[in-house]
Design a protein around this ligand. Structure first.
Ligand code: NAD
Length: 493
C-alpha cells in the first residue's frame, strides 16, 4: 500500500477552529446573495474546475483512502473517483436541459395564459458526509448543489482524516468562497449546524440524523437524510446460485462490508441453503485466496470501536466461512454465518462489516414477512429464475431501491434517484434527482392582459357564481385524455 506524500495523522489539520466556521458560512452566504452562483457560467466553470482538481489529486486520494481504510486502489477508483467524474460528466451534459423552464399545461378555464416551472437555487447548502466512501459521499452531493446554482459548505468525516485532508485541498483549489469546507467532528458539526442553511444533505446513521433534523428545524431548513439499515437479499430455489453468490459476495465484501447498501443478510429457500453457502465459500476463495488476510483486494475496518463491535457478532450462530480476526490490523475475514436467529446480535442492527448471515426460510412469503417485520431498508436484493418472484417481492415490500439479480449496481445509474424511505432516509440525489433536491421548483403563471373579464371580481352575484360553477367543473380536455389512456393501460394489463 503506497502512502507516499501523505501527511501523518498527527500532522493533519483535523478541525476548523470553531471561531472560523461562521466565516466559512457567511462567505458562502455572501456569494449566494450576490447572485453570481445562479449563472450557468459559474455552475459549469466550477464543475469543470472541480473535475480537474479531482483528476489532479487522483494519486493523493487513492493514497488517502488506502491510509484510512486500506481501500484497494481498484475499489477506491471505481467507487469514489470514477463515480465522481462520471457524475460531473453526466451533470455537465444534462445541465442545460435540467435548467430549462419546464412548460406545463394551463387548463382552458385559466386561458389566456401560460404556465411553467423554473428550478431556482435554494441559496446555501450544507453537505455532511460519513467515513466509508468519504470522498464520493461528500463531493457527489456538492456537485448537485453547485449544478443547481447554490453556494455549498461540505463537512467530511473526521473518521477518514486523510481523505478529509485531500478533499479540503481540492475545495481550496477552487479558490472560491462560494464553495467551502469545514473539518472536524461532533463539536465542529454542532457549531456548523447552528447556522442557517437553505438545504442540508446528511449521510450517516439515524441517531445523528435526528440531531441534524432538530438543528435544521430551528431554521425551517429542509433536509435530505441518506441513512442505512439492514438491506436484505432474498434468494429463491430457482436462482442461479453461482451468479447470486458472486454478486452477493462482491456486494458484501466490497470495502470490507462498510457500504450502506451492502446486502446485510440473506434469506434463502431452505432447499438451496447449503448449496448457496458452498457457493459463497468458493467465491470468497476465488476473490481473496486461501488466506484473505494476504489479499490486497480486501479493505480493513475503519477503527477499533467498529472492529470490536463486529468481532462480537461472530459469537452467535455458526461460522460457515471465514471468522478469523486480527485486532492489530483491524482485519475481519469475509465471513458467512449460518444458524442465525432474529435474536442474535448479527440481526440486532446494521452489520456494516464483512459478516453475512444466511438464514433459511420455507417460502417466499416467509421471506417477505421477515423483511416487512423490520424497518424499511435502503436496498433490497432479489435473486430468482422466475420473474414473478421479483414482482411479488417488489409489490409486497418497500425499500429505498431494489436491484434484481444483483447487488449495489442500481446506485450507479444516474437516471435512478438514490435515497431511503422511513428509517433508511428521506429525499434522494444522483443525477437529475440531486439537481432537483437542491432546487426550488418555482411555479410561474403568465396571464395575458388582452382579456380581463369581470367574472372573478366583486361585486359578486348569483349569475357570476352560476357561471364560475359551470366553468370550474367543466372537464379539462387533458384530464379526459389522461383518464382514457389510464383505462386503456389497465385493459391491456
Ligand atoms: P460518521 O461517524 O462519519 O458520521 C457522519 C457525519 O456525522 C460525520 O461527518 C460526523 O462528523 C457527523 N457527526 C457524528 N456525530 C455527530 C453529532 N453528534 N452531531 C453532529 N454531527 C455528527 O458516519 P456513520 O454515521 O458511522 O456512518 C455510517 C452509517 O451511515 C451507516 O448506517 C450507513 O449505512 C450510513 N450510510 C448511508 C449512506 C447512504 O448513502 N444512504 C452512505 C454511507 C453510509
Amino acid at each position: 500500500m503506497s502512502t507516499t506524500g501523505l501527511r501523518p495523522v498527527s500532522d493533519l489539520p483535523r478541525a476548523t477552529p470553531l471561531g472560523d466556521i461562521a466565516g466559512v458560512v457567511s462567505a458562502a452566504r455572501e456569494a449566494a446573495t450576490s447572485g453570481r452562483t445562479r449563472s450557468r457560467a459559474w455552475r459549469v466553470s466550477t464543475l469543470r474546475q472541480l473535475r480537474e482538481l479531482v483528476v489532479a489529486h487522483e494519486d493523493a486520494l487513492l493514497d488517502a483512502l488506502a491510509a484510512d481504510l486500506s481501500k484497494p486502489r481498484f475499489e477506491a477508483w471505481a467507487a469514489e473517483i470514477g463515480f465522481i467524474l462520471t457524475d460531473i460528466d453526466h451533470t455537465l451534459a444534462n445541465l442545460d436541459r435540467w435548467m430549462a423552464p419546464e412548460r406545463v399545461p394551463t387548463p382552458v378555464t385559466f386561458q389566456p395564459g401560460s404556465s411553467h416551472i423554473v428550478r431556482e437555487p435554494l441559496g446555501v447548502a450544507c453537505v455532511i458526509a460519513p467515513w466509508n466512501y468519504p470522498v464520493q459521499l461528500l463531493l457527489v452531493p456538492m456537485v448537485a448543489a453547485i449544478a443547481a446554482g447554490n453556494a455549498v459548505v461540505g463537512k467530511p468525516s473526521e473518521l477518514a482524516p486523510h481523505a478529509a485532508d485531500v478533499v479540503e485541498a481540492i475545495v481550496r483549489g477552487l479558490d472560491d468562497p462560494a464553495v467551502g469546507v469545514v473539518l472536524g467532528g461532533v463539536a465542529e458539526t454542532t457549531e456548523l449546524l447552528t447556522h442557517r442553511f437553505d438545504h442540508i444533505l446528511y449521510t450517516g446513521n439515524g441517531r445523528v440524523a435526528r440531531v441534524v433534523m432538530r438543528a435544521a428545524a430551528e431554521h425551517l431548513t429542509p433536509v435530505t437524510l441518506e441513512l442505512g439499515g439492514k438491506s436484505p437479499a432474498i434468494v429463491t430455489a430457482s436462482a442461479d446460485l453461482e451468479v447470486a453468490s458472486r454478486r452477493l459476495a462482491w456486494g458484501k465484501f466490497l470495502n470490507a462490508g462498510q457500504t450502506c447498501i451492502a446486502p446485510d443478510y440473506v434469506l434463502v429457500e431452505r432447499s438451496v441453503h447449503d448449496r448457496l453457502v458452498d457457493e459463497l465459500r468458493a467465491r470468497v476463495r476465488e476473490f481473496y485466496g486461501a488466506d484473505p488476510r494476504t489479499s490486497p483486494d480486501l479493505a480493513r475496518i475503519v477503527n477499533d470501536a467498529h472492529f470490536h463491535r463486529l468481532e462480537k457478532l461472530l459469537h452467535a450462530g455458526t461460522v460457515a466461512v471465514g471468522g478469523d480476526t486480527d485486532a492489530d490490523t483491524r482485519y475481519i475475514a469475509p465471513t458467512v454465518l449460518t444458524d442465525v436467529t432474529r435474536d442474535d446480535p448479527a440481526m440486532a442492527e446494521e452489520i456494516f462489516g464483512p459478516v453475512l448471515p444466511v438464514i433459511a426460510v420455507d417460502s417466499l412469503d416467509e421471506a417477505i414477512a421477515f423483511v416487512n417485520a423490520d424497518d424499511k431498508p435502503l436496498a433490497l436484493y432479489t435473486f430468482s429464475g422466475d420473474d414473478t418472484d421479483h414482482e411479488r417481492v417488489i409489490a409486497a415490500t418497500s425499500s429505498g431501491g431494489v436491484c434484481v439479480n444483483g447487488t449495489i449496481m442500481h446506485i450507479s445509474n444516474p437516471h435512478l434517484p438514490f435515497g431511503g424511505v422511513g428509517e433508511s432516509g428521506m429525499g434522494a440525489y444522483h443525477g437529475r434527482a440531486g439537481f432537483d433536491t437542491f432546487s426550488h421548483r418555482r411555479s410561474v403563471h403568465e396571464r395575458s392582459t388582452r382579456l380581463d373579464p369581470s367574472l372573478l371580481y366583486p361585486p359578486y352575484s348569483a349569475s357570476k357564481l352560476r357561471l364560475v360553477r359551470r366553468g370550474l367543473t367543466l372537464p379539462d380536455p387533458r384530464d379526459l385524455w389522461a383518464r382514457g389512456v389510464g383505462r386503456l393501460r389497465r385493459r391491456n394489463g
